[in-house]
Design a protein around this ligand. Structure first.
Ligand code: HEC
Ligand code: HEC
Length: 436
């Protein structure tokens, strides 16, 4: 074959190859183009889907980044930003704060000095400290800091280093030592005045919480300790898998949006409007009644306009599925039957794993003391939705972590309900709980 012909043949083959590639590429892109068309068409034809998607985006922003103006309380009043200026990233990680690696340019952490408080300021400037927002002066110094929902209800996947990685919204941060962090604030006198105690007592109360705990009722009733002397703080619960669930919080204070308004106004000390006449009870909630927490009206309302999308976002957060190998599937399969025959499924009704309807019970029904239930308006405990249990084993189970392991929970029910489960049944039940 002449050289010219060979070249021609070769170029023909190349052209055919290129055409084939182009065809394949078009085929591969076609579904994307179609999807794009569908998405584009969604707005006029499907305003509901478009609205849902907009609200999820907006709610995520609020959940992760919104302080509702609470920096006025945390910084102007308590001065916590002054303390943050002296905290190194290493110390911040030690008290359970998490770093969002997606907010940082790749590789930046490899060269960062984690013992330098200036690096903490830089992380804040880049919005990389999960649940903490920094506000800066023009000259670059930290002017104020506030907190967001993500502080307690998010963690990271540790993909870069322990405490540093991608955000996991809705997961309970059981490493976070809220009490130790608040204790850093230079001026706790306003908190002491609120509670009617001295500053030393506030320090002791906050110190008693420990990691993964917070006391949402302390600023209502002033009870820092249970009758047995242990802290009155509860565990931080996850904020995922909540769609379809009626009552929220361990004691069923109300709906998701009720509680969001409560927390944003009364716990984070954001600026908004809150109304709940149940708090105007000087016997049960002396501090709330004295301070008018049942009828809050700030000058600005940064909270109410965010509540709708914040609720939609939270209801959209699925419970995470357990990693492969974290439970024994055969045992879990048998445990599913035990879950039904032992009566667990009567309260923890699959697939919600709480009751459809009024999901509260008296302390006697589940065989525990009434201390925490009595700190709520209805005196009940809410049936915990069990999906994603595996993701918050740290700190234990039940509202106060009184049961260190799932086996301890099962043993409690076994004796309280007189179930007489065999060792094998108990083991299977635990594997089932780990599989949820
Ligand atoms: C300082 C830590 C902290 C912050 C900040 C915080 N929470 Fe919570 N959250 C808790 C604790 C503790 C409880 C349990 C309260 C109880 O049962 O008394 C809770 C309960 C909840 C629940 C109920 C979960 C369930 O199982 O029903 C939801 C929902 C929730 N928080 C959402 C939010 C949202 C949204 C924000 C921001 C507006 C927020 N939280 C801010 C600590 C926090
Ligand atoms: C009468 C209703 C009822 C029955 C029956 C019941 N539970 Fe519960 N369960 C509850 C309530 C209420 C709580 C919340 C207790 C608390 O937080 O103090 C709870 C909490 C739990 C928790 C802890 C969840 C967490 O995140 O801390 C587990 C696990 C659990 N139940 C498993 C079971 C199993 C297994 C059975 C059957 C042996 C069972 N439950 C039977 C009402 C019930």
């Amino acid at each position: 074959m002449a050289r010219k012909e060979r070249a021609l043949l070769f170029s023909k083959a190349a052209a055919a190859g290129a055409l084939l590639l182009l065809a394949l590429l078009l085929l591969a892109l076609a579904p994307l183009a179609l999807a794009g068309e569908r998405r584009g068409a969604a707005a006029p034809d499907d305003p509901i889907a478009a609205n849902a998607s907009r609200m999820v985006d907006e709610g995520r922003q609020t959940f992760r980044y919104d302080t509702f103006g609470d920096q006025v309380f945390w910084s102007r009043i308590l001065g916590i930003h002054e303390a943050l200026k002296t905290v190194s990233p290493r110390t911040a990680l030690t008290v359970g704060l998490k770093v969002d690696s997606d907010a940082l340019p790749p590789g930046i952490l490899a060269h960062a000095n984690l013992d330098d408080p200036a690096v903490t300021a830089e992380l804040l400037r880049r919005n990389a400290v999960v649940g903490v927002r920094g506000f800066f002066n023009q000259n670059g110094t930290l002017r104020a800091a506030g907190i967001t929902c993500a502080l307690c209800h998010s963690t990271v996947d540790n993909s870069v280093a322990p405490g540093i990685g991608k955000r996991l919204d809705g997961w309970a941060n059981r490493d976070l030592n809220v009490g130790a962090i608040v204790n850093l604030a230079p001026n706790l006198q306003p908190v002491a005045s609120l509670l009617g105690v001295d500053v030393a007592t506030v320090h002791t109360d906050l110190q008693s919480w420990g990691p993964g705990r917070f006391d949402a009722e302390l600023f209502l009733d002033g009870k820092a300790f249970r009758p047995d002397g242990k802290t009155a703080a509860t565990l931080i619960p996850p904020a995922f898998g909540l769609a379809g669930v009626d009552g929220h919080t361990f004691t069923g204070w109300g709906s998701v949006t009720y509680w969001n308004a409560f927390v944003a106004n009364l716990e984070m000390h954001g600026q908004g409007r809150f109304w709940d006449p149940r708090l105007n009870d000087p016997v049960k909630f002396p501090i709330a009644a004295r301070n008018g927490f049942f009828d809050v009206q700030s000058e600005h309302d940064f909270i109410t306009p965010k509540l709708a999308s914040l609720q939609v976002y939270q209801l959209a957060i699925p419970a995470p599925t357990p990693p492969a190998g974290s439970f024994d599937p055969a045992a879990a399969g048998r445990g599913k039957t035990v879950f039904t025959t032992a009566g667990c499924a009567k309260c923890h009704v699959p697939p919600l794993y709480t009751e459809p309807g009024w999901n509260r019970h008296t302390p006697e029904e589940i065989g525990i003391d009434s201390f925490q239930a009595d700190r709520s308006p209805d005196g009940h405990y809410r049936t915990t939705p069990l999906k994603g249990l595996w993701s918050h084993s740290k700190g234990g189970y039940y509202h106060d972590g009184r049961f260190a392991t799932l086996r301890d929970v099962v043993d409690h029910y076994d004796s309280h309900f007189g179930l007489h489960l065999t060792e094998a049944q108990k083991g299977d039940l635990v594997e089932f709980l780990k599989s949820l």
